[in-house]
Each structure stands twice: as structure tokens, then as C-alpha cells.
Design a protein around this ligand. Sequence first.
Ligand code: CTP
Length: 396
Amino acid sequence: MSRVLLGISGGIAAYKACELVRLLVRAGHEVRVVATPHALEFVSPLALQALSGHPLRSELFSLSEEDRISHIELADWAEVFAVAPATANLLAKLANGLADDLLTTVALATQAPLVVAPAMNVNMFDHPATQENLERLAKRGARLVGPGTGELACGWTGAGRLVDLEAIVGAIERAGSSDDLRGEVVLLSAGPTAEPIDPVRVLTNRSSGRMGFALAEAAARRGAEVVLVAGPVAQPTPAGVERVDVETAREMQDAVLGSLERATIAIFSAAVADYSVERPTASKLKRESSESLTLRLVRNPDILGQVIERRRGQTVVGFAAETEDLLANARAKLERKGCDLIVANDVSRSDIGFDVSENEVAIVGPAPEQVVEVPRRSKREVAERILDRVLEVRRG
Ligand code: CTP
């Protein structure tokens, strides 16, 4: 999660800045906004302030604004400085190091990485002056995102649209993420397994895979190579993640063990079925065939257990989905399974756990008395805290 300073300059696309602030806040970032006076002709300062939860800054020489937090404190506070939309005029100022208002002064004073999302008329964008400015900014390490191509507010068609807000959020997150997992290979299991009863029916559970996918996304963003072994879930594959889709516990086991050797960190968030049907039928079971039906179940392999037996230096993390005595059960599982950490969550609560967007966990280990509590927050944030803890343990 990053402290994002969002600069808004005065073009028609500034009206989209409110939605951008909302997306960033929803993704767990802390956002402060600096707008040029011209930007405020297009977008309401009150809306920006309400959405970001911080006072909007616009003037350099304002006694009241500078009193709360000075422009230098603002520049130092930022972990990422993003300008969206960036007009042709603003790009020219940034490229030349002008500092004649609050936004451009902060841009010179900050050491945070710069993300620029240009938006303007196609001819202004194509102008050699603008192109040179963009090239200069890119050479200095600025990350340019967009513009998109299409119908422009000015009536022309071509390059100059503010790129999709999701793309801007992605660029900001990549700029803000530390590379602390670079060099690590993270093997993850996620989602439920589905054990066939007949060709059309399965035994499965309520896991949505969200926690595991959030872990995969965060690990990739932090520079790790990620192999995600996923049970049947409807989650999109995060950028840069190698995904292996499986159905049954046995398939999950094969995929996990197949990638174990190259992994340095292994995290098992999958809700693996403990049992599978001993003899799934080759054809569909018919309703008329009998009044009652008995399925004989056999125990599935313990994937985590096998990993522990074969591991060579990997940091291994298990999950414990519990409905009672959370910490006691987690501690017992840590010892019984022999992993380095157990992430315990209470799946009896409807506001966290299975198939919801938030979670609250306790990370137990390596010694049973060591517990890091992560209070209720988005699964993305929980994923970051889990990875923080894994790194602490891994690097002593
Ligand atoms: N796990 C696994 N293979 C299995 C079952 C579980 O790899 N066949 C992993 C899970 O992904 C999780 C951890 O083991 O990381 C603990 O899963 P859980 O179902 O809570 O453990 P169980 O040993 O089945 O314990 P319980 O008695 O609570 O069912």
C-alpha cells in the first residue's frame, strides 16, 4: 500500500480524477490531492477532499494550507507522485523543471517516482514539443501511462484520451511497490478443489480463491516469480503470474510438487477437500436408480505434508480455516504440520473469510507463541502483511 500524491492539471479529463481517487483509496492506498487552479474549473475540490479524506491542496502561497502541512512535507510524504490528467502545458513544465505553482513545486521537491498520464487534443499530443517533453521525462525515469486512442472531448479522434483508470492505478502500484521479493519464486495454492462424483457432479467447498489470488498479485508486484496452482475459481489471472488450473486434490498435488523444487517460498491457501469419492461413476447417476445413495469417501493426500517432507530450504506457510478456538487450533496445526507460519482465520464469521472481499487473520509462528494479528481489511492488504511477515521470517 502506498502513499500516493495525485496531481491534477486543468484539462477536461480532470473530471475523471474523482473516480481515480476512489479506486486508489479502495485499493488501500492513502491519497492526497494537489490540483492546479485550472483543474478546479473542471472538478469539485469538495468531492476530491471527501473522497481522499485529506484536505485538497491547490495554492502555494496559502497561509491556511501551508500551515497544516507544508509543500515540502507533502513532497516528502509521497511514495508515488502521479499526475493524471497531465496536460501539454504541465508536461512542458515538468520536462523543464519549472515550479510556478504548488503542483510543479512539489514535483521538483519530491523524490518519489513520477507517473504521468497525459490527456489532451491529438494535435497537441502529436506536436514535436510535447513529444520531446515526454521523451525527456521518460529518460529521467518517469513512467508514462497512455494516452488512449479514440474519440476526444474536443471532437477530434486520435491519441489523447486519458487512459483507463485501472491502467493508471496499475502504473501507480508498480511505481510504488518495493522490489523486496525479487529473486524469490513463490509457489501458491488457491481456491477449492472439486472431487468428481460422476461426470456432472462434484464435492467442493465455499472457497473463492480471493485470498490466494491477492497473494499472487501482491507477490508478483513485489518482484517475485509466481506459480499459482488454482482450483476451479472465477478469478482473473494477475499480471505476471504463471497459473496452473487444477480440479482435484490429486491434480493440485501433482502441480504443486512439480514446481516445488524451483520455489523458495510456498504458501498454501487452498481449501483442499480432505476426501474424494472412492469410485466416481463413468456415467451420470440416475435419480430413479435407488431411494438413497451412499458415497464412499477416501482420504486425499496431504499436499502441505508432502511439501514439508520434500522441502529444501523453502519457507512454507499453511492456512488454517477454523470455526472455533482460532489461536489454539492454529498453534496445534503449526506444530503438527511443521510449517514456518500458519495464517489462521475464523471462517464462522460472515464478514470475513470465505467468499467475501475482506479478511482478518492471525499469523502464527515460527514459534507457537509468536502471533501477528492483522485486523479486518481488504484481502489485498492482508496479502501484503502476510508477505511482509514471510520476508521477516525468511530473512531472519
Ligand atoms: N492442506 C493441504 N492438503 C490437504 C489438506 C490441507 O495442503 N489435503 C493445506 C491447506 O492448504 C492449508 C493447511 O493444509 O494450508 C491446513 O488445512 P486444513 O484443512 O485447515 O488442515 P487439516 O489438516 O485438514 O486440518 P483439520 O483437521 O482442521 O481439517
